[in-house]
Write a protein that binds this ligand. Structure first.
Ligand code: ADP
Ligand code: MG
Length: 479
């Protein structure tokens, strides 16, 4: 490939406040249209906005977690444009002086390489309302419930070099805002969405190519697919000698294509100016210090700790810490028991548990097997009560019917056979029943050992302790 892909993301994160950024109206999702829009949100003249303190705290937390500078003085600006869902005729945002700027985060690429992505800025702004086009014959409805909902717009430098890197970066920011508790990150409800700026240039070129901006991508997969398809489009145009038009495009996931939406606006189109209704936002050092002290353990630190404390691979630790709920579940499972191998528990969380959650479309908070139970199950595998295979049956039974692990093992006769007398008898029977294979073994064919093990396990209904079966079988064969 002679082309280099260049991507910068603008991520809009809805902040998890009870009320709006400049009014007391509720931010609860899904209320009847216009039931949560007060005079401020409706843009009535003469009404004054009042800044919600919580959004300031949340923005600062994000800045601290991403090595950014927290501006001691920032300014709200009016971004003027006309749209039916924006009754004031301007959006209150931050322009020249954002609250947070100049930081970076690390992402882990698929090959394990760590790459630093710079964050240009993160600024506070209000969301607009929504136009509703369904159910209105020849007209559109306007729902202003979302108007005034607080957003933190997180802008990256153009440091991302592939659709995959963009996806990893976006997931990392998602993980981070949820760890910080500043956003629910719910993508179906639009609480976390992004615009992807995409350009290409010849490898080695210093100057950036002309970009297009892909608007409102609301899933990780769409971000990746939209960028991939847009890169292909741009390469095709440049290779045919054409040029890229600076424009805003929409991604159509049904057709997997991007389409022009409008020519790209410039900052001066918006006539930004400081909002005279809002004083500059001044932040005291004491507040920053307080929030610094209140930060939770962040994903990177947790990952490193999991590797050290639980002797996990970097990969396992990364998967388990990708969301806080999974990390907490895992730690509770390990800590609530005397299980010797935290790796065993990690396998179960990423294996059976993840599969069951996925199958039933549940969040880990809704898991039907509690963390302590999973820990106990791992303990029962370790102490030899059940084999790993039968433990899966116990897990399924727990998931569907509840109950206690030890009762299920008892009632269902799932207990592993570890009594050497019983296993010797099974081995003897199987060897006696298969003289041909025994001859083959004596003739030097080692492969039939696997056959014998299979037969013995079958004869025991899968309950014989496989380690003991192997040992006893080999002993007998060598006699
Ligand atoms: P605007 O606000 O008009 O979209 P910005 O200059 O703030 O413009 O840039 C927004 C995003 O676009 C940033 O994430 C930035 O990294 C990215 N970006 C800027 N130029 C390019 C380019 N040539 N190719 C890819 N991304 C770019
Ligand atoms: Mg933009």
């Amino acid at each position: 490939m002679k082309w280099e892909v260049v991507i910068g993301l603008e991520i809009h994160t809805q902040l998890a406040t009870a009320s709006k950024i400049f009014s007391g109206a509720s931010t609860t999702y899904g209320a009847p249209p216009n039931s949560q829009a007060c005079l401020v949100d409706l843009g009535y003249p003469g009404i004054l906005p009042v800044l919600n303190e919580q959004v300031v705290r949340m923005a600062i937390k994000f800045g601290l977690a991403t090595n950014c500078k927290i501006s001691r003085r920032s300014v709200f600006a009016r971004k003027n444009y006309f749209y039916p869902d924006l009754p004031k005729g301007y959006q209150i945002s931050q322009y020249e002086l954002p609250i947070v700027s100049g930081g970076h985060i690390d992402i882990v690429l698929d090959d394990g390489e760590i790459k630093t992505i710079r964050i240009t800025r993160a600024h506070l702004e209000e969301d607009a309302g929504k136009s509703l086009h369904e159910n209105f014959h020849g007209a559109s409805g306007i729902d202003l419930n979302r108007a005034g909902t607080p957003l933190l717009e997180i802008v990256s430098e153009p440091d991302l070099r592939s659709a995959m890197e963009a996806g990893i970066y976006m997931r990392k920011i998602h993980t981070l805002v949820r760890y910080l508790g500043i956003s629910d990150g719910n993508m179906q409800e639009g609480s976390f969405r992004c615009d992807a700026n995409v350009s290409i240039r010849l490898k080695g070129d210093k100057k950036l190519g002309t970009r297009t901006e892909l608007k409102n991508l609301n899933s990780f997969r769409f971000v990746e697919k939209a960028i991939e398809i847009e890169v292909e489009r741009q390469i095709e145009i440049l290779e045919e000698g054409g040029h890229i038009v600076l424009e805003t495009r929409l991604y159509d996931s049904d057709r997997n294509e991007t389409r022009p939406m409008r020519s790209k606006e410039e900052a001066n189109d918006y006539r930004y100016f400081p909002d005279p209704d809002l004083l500059p936002l001044v932040i005291e050092d004491a507040l920053v210090d307080e929030l610094k002290d209140s930060l939770p353990e962040l994903p990177d630190a947790k990952r490193v700790r999991f590797v050290k404390e639980y002797e996990l691979s970097d990969y396992d630790a990364g998967v388990l810490t990708a969301n806080l709920e999974t990390a907490d579940y895992y730690e509770e499972a390990v800590r609530s028991t005397t299980v010797a191998s935290p790796k065993l528990v990690a396998n179960w969380v990423q294996g059976e548990l993840a599969a069951a959650l996925n199958r039933d479309g549940l969040d880990i908070a809704e898991a039907k097997v509690a963390s302590a139970e999973l820990g106990l199950l791992a303990e029962r595998i370790e102490d030899g009560t059940v084999s790993g295979k039968l433990a899966k049956e116990v897990f399924e039974r727990l998931w569907h019917d509840g109950g206690s692990i030890d009762d299920i093992i008892e009632q269902r006769g799932l207990k592993q056979i570890s009594d050497s007398g019983t296993i010797e008898k099974l081995v003897d029977d199987v060897l006696a029943q298969n003289p041909t294979q025994l001859e083959q073994f004596r003739g030097g064919n080692e492969k039939v050992i696997g056959f014998f093990v299979g037969q013995i396990m079958k004869a025991s209904d899968g309950k014989a302790n496989p380690k003991q079966v192997n040992a006893i079988l080999r002993k007998k064969l060598n006699e």
